[in-house]
Design a protein around this ligand. Structure first.
Ligand code: C2E
Ligand code: CA
Ligand code: CA
Ligand code: CA
Length: 279
C-alpha cells in the first residue's frame, strides 16, 4: 500500500541525496587537492618471506581533506575514475612514488622497488607508456625499481589496446603485477596472456587462512600456479604470525600486511629502514 511505502521511499531519498552530495563535493574538491598538494603517499613494506628483508614498498595515496578529514581511497578513487581526475591524480602518484624511491636509493637506504597502483582508466585513456617513460627519465629511477600493479579489469574493455600498452611498459623494463589476484573471473586465461612477472594474492584469501580450509587451499594453489608460470607471488593482508608462517611454509615469495607494518608516511618508513625490523 502507499502508506507502507512512504518510509522506505523517504529513507531512500535522503540517503541517496546525501551520498550524491558527498560524491559531488569529493569530485570538485579532488581537483583542488591535486593542485594544492593535499595528497600524500604512504608506503607499506613488501618483505621477503625467507629473509625478512624489505625489498620494496607499495605506494598508497592519502587525502587529508581540510574540512571532511581523511577520505579513504576506496571512496575517492572510484569518483576519480568516473570523472577522469584519475589521470592527473595517477600521474602525480607515479611521479611522487618514483621520486621517493630514487631519493631513498640515492641516500643509500636501499634499492627498493616501488609499486604503484594503476587504474584501468590510466592504461586505456592516455599515453600511459609515454608518461611512464618520461617519469623514469625525469626522476632517474632505474626501470627495474618500478612495479605497476594492475587488476584483471584492465582487460575487460579494450583488450588488444590494453595488452599492447602493458607489453610496451614491460619492454621499458618495468615490472607488472596482477593485483587482487583470484577475485576477478577470468584469472586463468589472463595469466597466460598478460606480460606480468608477479601475482598478488588477494587479502580476502589471506584473512581466512586459519579459519577456512578453502582459503588455505586457494592460497596454496595460487602460489604453486604462479611458480609454474615463473611468476613471483606476493601475499597481501598478512595480519598475524600464523599467516606469515603458513605462507612462508607454502613458498610464498613476498609478504605485505599489518603484521609487518601498516602503510607509513615517508619519515616513519625511513625509520623502519634504518632500524632492524621488529618481525
Ligand atoms: P589495494 O591496492 O588492494 O591496496 C591494499 C589495501 O589494503 C590498502 O588499503 C592497504 O592499506 C590495505 N592493507 C594492507 N595491509 C593490510 C592488512 O594487513 N589488513 C587489512 N585489513 N588491510 C591491509 P588502502 O590504502 O585504503 O587502499 C585501498 C585501495 O585503494 C587499494 O587497494 C587500491 O585499489 C586503491 N588505491 C590506493 N592508492 C591508490 C593509487 O595511488 N592509485 C590507484 N589507482 N588506486 C589506489
Ligand atoms: Ca595494490
Ligand atoms: Ca590488492
Ligand atoms: Ca583491492
Amino acid at each position: 500500500s502507499k502508506d507502507a511505502m512512504t518510509p522506505a521511499v523517504a529513507f531512500y531519498n535522503s540517503s541517496m541525496g546525501e551520498a550524491l552530495h558527498r560524491r559531488k563535493a569529493i569530485r570538485s574538491d579532488l581537483r583542488q587537492a591535486i593542485d594544492d598538494g593535499h595528497l600524500e603517499l604512504h608506503y607499506q613494506p613488501k618483505v621477503e618471506m625467507q629473509t625478512g628483508l624489505i625489498t620494496g614498498m607499495e605506494a598508497l595515496v592519502r587525502w587529508q581533506h581540510p574540512k571532511r578529514g581523511r577520505i579513504s581511497p576506496m571512496e575517492f578513487i572510484p569518483v576519480a575514475e568516473q570523472s577522469g581526475l584519475i589521470l592527473p591524480l595517477g600521474t602525480w602518484v607515479l611521479q611522487e612514488g618514483c621520486r621517493q624511491a630514487q631519493a631513498w636509493s640515492a641516500a643509500g637506504l636501499g634499492d627498493l622497488r616501488v609499486a604503484i597502483n594503476m587504474s584501468p582508466v590510466q592504461v586505456l585513456c592516455q599515453d600511459v607508456v609515454g608518461i611512464v617513460a618520461q617519469t623514469l627519465e625525469d626522476t632517474g629511477l632505474p626501470p627495474n625499481l618500478l612495479e605497476i600493479e594492475i587488476t584483471e579489469g584492465v582487460l575487460m574493455q579494450e583488450e588488444t589496446k590494453a595488452m599492447q600498452r602493458l607489453r610496451a611498459m614491460r619492454d621499458l623494463g618495468v615490472h607488472l603485477a596482477i593485483d587482487d589476484f583470484g577475485t576477478g573471473y577470468s584469472s586463468l586465461s589472463y595469466l597466460k596472456k598478460m606480460p606480468v612477472s608477479c601475482l598478488k594474492i588477494d587479502q580476502s584469501f589471506v584473512r581466512g587462512l586459519m579459519e577456512n580450509e578453502e582459503d588455505a587451499r586457494l592460497s596454496r594453489v595460487i602460489i604453486g600456479m604462479a611458480h609454474d608460470f615463473g611468476l613471483e607471488v606476493v601475499a597481501e593482508g598478512i595480519e598475524t604470525l600464523e599467516h606469515a608462517d603458513f605462507l612462508r611454509h607454502e613458498g610464498c615469495d613476498l609478504g605485505q600486511g599489518y603484521y609487518f607494518a601498516k602503510p607509513l608516511e615517508h619519515q616513519a618508513f625511513e625509520r623502519l629502514l634504518a632500524s632492524p625490523p621488529p618481525w
